[in-house]
Design a protein around this ligand. Structure first.
Ligand SMILES: [Zn+2]
Length: 356
């Protein structure tokens, strides 16, 4: 095999007198992983493996229900309120002003953070536990999001860098409980997208092959982090995660959003809901995700579309954020559940529902 992807681990030791062990000298082993494309590092201390509860206390269901109940009456995504309360696009961008697909509705964000910034309602329910996200609602929302991308591509040809994203619940950055996705984009890529597009191009130039295809090949060969396949999407856990419980779904045949089909959206929705069920099994209740695309219509063979999903802090009174200086300022991630153990949990969810 000529694949040049290197999955590097670096080991360190940290030694001190530990009062928990009668002040005996204690040496803890640290494993530092490096993402083979970006070089981003993550650190695993096996001694923290059974201490996940120190970092992520369980969600408080009564608190979630109270917050949901209190916000439902003023939610602009509930019922038909969006018809009065949400903005519309100019006719030359979206002829009907908004895009409706089943229960999904897409409209402009009132306070954009990018040249193009749309919001998509996901289903009619104001609040859903992660295990109740259904494939149909997610598919409708992705369908609306992709229809929007296609409209933007013809109405605003300079907008070539888009992504489909989401925050779920307060600790993950969502300002409303009602499930919703956000499409952001413009004439230049966001920092992370720019970085992975550049690195993918460099890899392709040096190796004469696509990093994302090669990554799937080695992950399928070793199997430690490979989860499964839904439609045209192949799912793995990240070797060096940049968020808690990071899962990637790679569309090996698609270079940008314009190449995506109904079948891809079906596969993406199915796998997405399974990952959320896996998070529920792990006791997590919030998430962030982004679906990345190569520049629209560029046919950039060094890149493949993929989704990156991470879980975030749970919902409870006075929760502590899961992002601290380590992530925000030093840009290293902390691994509490190893990618291999996470893949093992996810494989159970993916295979359990194969025959449903
Ligand atoms: Zn609502």
């Amino acid at each position: 095999m000529t694949i040049k992807i290197r999955l590097e681990k670096h080991f360190q030791e940290s030694t001190f007198h530990n009062p928990m062990l009668g002040n005996a000298l204690d040496t803890q082993q640290l494993e530092i992983r490096r993402d083979p494309l970006t070089g981003c590092q993550s650190v695993f201390n096996p001694r923290l493996e059974d201490k996940v509860a120190l970092f992520f206390s369980p969600s408080d269901p009564a608190l979630i229900e109270r917050l949901a109940r209190e916000s439902e009456s003023r939610c602009f995504l509930c019922g038909d309120r969006w018809k009065q309360m949400t903005p519309t696009y100019p006719a030359e961008v979206i002829p009907q002003g908004r895009i409706e697909v089943g229960q999904a509705v897409l409209f402009p964000n009132l306070f954009p953070v990018s040249q193009v910034h749309a919001v998509t309602r996901v289903g009619a329910s104001h609040y859903l536990p992660l295990k109740e996200f259904d494939v149909n609602s997610v598919r409708e929302a992705l369908h609306a999001s992709l229809a929007f991308v296609k409209s933007i591509s013809s109405a605003m040809a300079t907008v070539r860098f888009l992504s489909i994203n989401g925050n779920y619940l307060g600790p993950a950055g969502a300002s409303i409980a009602h499930p919703h996705f956000q499409i952001v984009g413009g004439d230049q890529p966001f920092t992370y997208l720019e970085h992975i597009l550049e690195r993918s191009k460099k890899y392709s130039g040096e190796n004469g092959s696509c990093y994302w295809i090669n990554l799937l090949e080695i992950e399928k060969e070793t199997g430690d982090r490979f989860i499964g396949e839904t439609g045209g999407v192949e799912w793995i856990t990240a070797f060096s995660p940049q968020g808690t419980n990071e899962v990637l779904g790679i569309l090996g045949q698609k270079r940008d959003f314009l190449e995506m089909s109904e079948e891809d959206m079906e596969g993406l929705s199915e796998g997405f809901c399974k990952v959320l069920k896996g998070y529920d099994l792990l006791g997590m209740s919030t998430f962030n995700f982004s679906v990345y695309s190569g520049p629209l219509a560029s046919q950039d063979d060094s890149f493949r579309c993929y989704v990156r999903i991470i879980s975030r802090q749970n919902v409870y009174e006075n929760y502590r954020t899961d992002d601290y200086f380590l992530q925000k300022l030093l840009r290293n991630e902390l691994i509490l559940t190893t990618p291999e153990s996470l893949a093992s949990t996810m494989r159970k969810v993916f295979s359990a529902e194969k025959h449903d």
